[in-house]
Ligand binder design. Structure first.
Ligand SMILES: Cc1cc2nc3c(=O)[nH]c(=O)nc-3n(C[C@H](O)[C@H](O)[C@H](O)COP(=O)(O)OP(=O)(O)OC[C@H]3O[C@@H](n4cnc5c(N)ncnc54)[C@H](O)[C@@H]3O)c2cc1C
Length: 341
């Protein structure tokens, strides 16, 4: 494939080391998937930007992977460039009186007032602006910020993720959305690099505009509070414990939760997709090959160590068909499929 050959030549010219036909399963939490035709690791945001630019210039399809915790990669792999984002610098760049953007509410996941009860009022606290590379792990960032006396990220404790993946997905922990903390970001589409503010992302439940534009986050600026670290640390510990009980060899929730009008229409006691799969469709524990619907949390599909990407795919399709046959429901996936299925 001449385009790949040209890209390889350019990677070499730019002294970017690459691997060919590298297995991708190890770079995802679900641990399934075939090979990447080419793989590079970006250790800082300049390398990330350059790798994207070279892929675009050579018309080679590319994909950035953070923690790989929301991805199902095809057994046939990915015929292009995978960029593993391991950029991880951060710095506090200043203090601001700018208040955080309005809280994100959504038809899928209304703010749970009960969960918010007891949450400290941080509106009057000074805010620090922290600039973070998009490949930094959120778990590591939470700890680093606590050391600096900064709070706000505790609700995302225990969720395997990088900052870039969290922006792309608008990751949520209880009632909190990652997008709510974003001040500005630098993005690239491989041709143009620009700085955007929070409104650009159109954050909503499981949504940011990046899912349509496919731009890549190089770094973001977060607005964090000079808050009560002890209290926030306790909250982070509780969430970490809760998340550690969820199946780790999975890709998290496979489907989005139900919209309230759907919940109401079918008279379901909750909008939880796990409830639907378990109690309405009776699929808890159902297995195809090495992939099975988790006994612990029916919204998750687990890999018993022998699963193939196709097993997972077939299980996802089966859930969709059953939901359609039983209730006429069209379920929307939260996870993303990469490559051909
Ligand atoms: C055990 C478990 C629990 C989970 N719990 C939650 C939860 O409570 N709440 C929740 O919201 N999610 C949860 N998830 C799902 C997942 O962790 C989040 O969606 C997370 O934000 C994904 O981040 P990532 O770095 O792993 O992204 P990846 O899975 O690597 O990538 C996801 C998408 O983001 C894109 N992307 C990655 N980096 C960038 C970048 N720099 N710029 C642009 N696009 C980028 C990728 O190309 C891909 O399209 C869970 C997953 C697991 C396995």
């Amino acid at each position: 494939m001449p385009k790949i050959k040209n890209l390889i030549a350019e990677l070499e010219r730019n002294r970017i080391s690459y691997r060919e036909e590298q297995s991708l399963a190890q770079f995802t939490t679900l641990r399934v998937g075939g090979n990447a035709r080419l793989l590079v690791t970006a250790d800082d945001f300049n390398a990330l930007e350059l790798s994207v630019r070279l892929a675009v210039a050579n018309q080679v399809p590319f994909r950035v992977i953070g923690c790989g915790s929301n991805l199902i990669i095809s057994g046939r792999g990915f015929d292009g460039l995978i960029i593993l984002n391991r950029s991880k610098s951060w710095e506090i760049i200043g203090e601001t009186k700018v208040s955080k953007p309005k809280r994100i509410t959504s038809r899928y996941n209304p703010i749970d007032e009960e969960l918010r009860a007891g949450e400290a009022d941080v509106s009057s606290l000074p805010k620090k602006i922290v600039r973070v590379d998009s490949g930094f792990s959120n778990s590591a960032l939470i700890e680093e910020m606590f050391k600096q006396g900064l709070t706000g990220l505790e609700w995302f404790s225990g969720i395997p993720s990088t900052v870039g993946g969290a922006v792309y997905m608008n990751m949520h922990g209880a009632h909190a959305y990652f997008g709510h903390l974003v001040h500005r970001a630098q993005l690239t589409d491989g041709v143009t690099t620009k700085i955007v503010d929070n409104a650009y992302f159109q954050f909503a439940y499981d949504f940011s505009i990046l899912q349509q534009t496919k731009e890549i986050v190089l770094w973001i600026e977060l607005l964090l509070d000079a808050g009560n670290v002890e209290q926030a640390g306790q909250k982070a510990k509780e969430w970490r414990l809760l998340k550690s009980r969820q199946p780790r060899r999975s890709a998290g929730c496979i489907f989005k939760n139900l919209a309230p009008e759907i919940q109401k229409k079918y008279n379901l006691p909750t909008s939880s997709i796990g409830y639907l799969i378990d109690k309405v469709l009776n699929l808890r524990g159902y297995r195809i090959g090495g992939a099975f619907i988790s006994e612990k949390h029916a919204a998750f599909i687990e890999n018993d160590g022998t699963a193939k990407a196709d097993d997972v795919y077939q299980l996802v399709e089966l859930i969709k068909v059953k939901a359609h046959d039983a209730l006429g429901l069209e379920l929307e996936t939260e996870v993303e499929f990469v490559g051909k299925f």
